[in-house]
Write a protein that binds this ligand. Structure first.
Ligand SMILES: Nc1ncnc2c1ncn2[C@@H]1O[C@H](COP(=O)(O)OP(=O)(O)OP(=O)(O)O)[C@@H](O)[C@H]1O
Ligand SMILES: [Mg+2]
Length: 229
């Protein structure tokens, strides 16, 4: 039997270019279930591009992407979409709405906003409150997200991933602009999601934190990934 069924994410010889600008030139990566890996690399090296490929938002020119047992290119994305949480650097939170509402949206993302209020049951609300509690945001559910600090917003985005029931968390520089202690607490919390069975792939700039908390750390350089020591 192929070992590939054992991986949450498997990338094989991925190539990707924007026009004539070749970004990825043979990326290989295997991430097991319940593993957390960090991806580092200089600005412009293609880290965001790589995360988007794993999330199914960009299609590689060559190579294959297998996520949670499905080949994304072969129409597998629909089967796994709800189980992948992609947190872009901009977080994608909806301003003017409460933290709780932003978390709840994870389970009704495609419904027009004006129609969804009131459609959630008590169980949903309880689940979203629980997710906020898990990320240490007890009691902030009613706050509008634009009134939260940078680190609190990050945690709302992670709570949304938990409430979504994601099995794979893809986070793009989740600790940029945070002070050291807050950054470390957030990374610790994110990596501890492994205990709930999640696989985590996170772009990181802080080498020390990456090496301290993640199972493996890779550097994207010259279009390929190599493991950092
Ligand atoms: N939609 C696009 N069209 C054309 N070029 C792009 C596009 N998106 C990104 N690029 C270019 O591809 C390269 C890789 O971009 P990417 O965003 O993946 O880098 P990154 O490693 O995430 O950088 P950073 O650390 O600054 O976020 C950059 O040179 C960027 O300008
Ligand atoms: Mg980036």
């Amino acid at each position: 039997m192929s070992r590939s069924a054992d991986y949450a994410v498997e990338l094989k010889d991925i190539f990707f270019s924007y026009g004539s600008n070749s970004i990825l030139r043979g990326v290989n990566l295997e991430v097991g279930y319940g593993e957390a890996v960090a991806i580092m690399g200089r600005s412009g090296s293609g880290k965001t591009t790589l995360l988007k490929i794993i999330a199914g938002l960009l299609r590689p020119e060559k190579g294959y992407v297998k996520v949670l047992g499905h080949y994304l290119q072969a129409g597998g994305l629909n089967s796994v979409k709800g189980r992948i949480a992609y947190i872009p650097q901009t977080l994608g939170l909806i301003e003017g709405e409460s933290a709780l509402y932003n978390v709840l949206l994870a389970r009704a993302p495609r419904k027009p906003l004006r129609f969804i209020t009131g459609l959630w049951g008590g169980d949903d609300v309880e689940g979203a409150v629980e997710a906020l509690r898990l990320v240490g945001l007890n009691g902030v559910g009613r706050r509008r997200v634009e009134t939260l600090s940078g680190g609190e917003k990050q945690r709302v985005a992670i709570a949304r991933a938990i409430f979504q029931g994601a099995v794979l968390l893809l986070a793009d520089e989740p600790i940029s602009n945070l002070d050291l202690d807050t950054a470390e607490a957030l990374v610790n919390m994110m990596v501890s999601l492994k205990l709930r069975g999640l696989s985590v792939i996170s772009v990181m700039h802080d080498r020390q934190l990456a090496l301290k908390y993640f199972d493996r750390v890779y550097v994207l350089d010259g279009g390929v990934l190599r493991e950092a020591g």
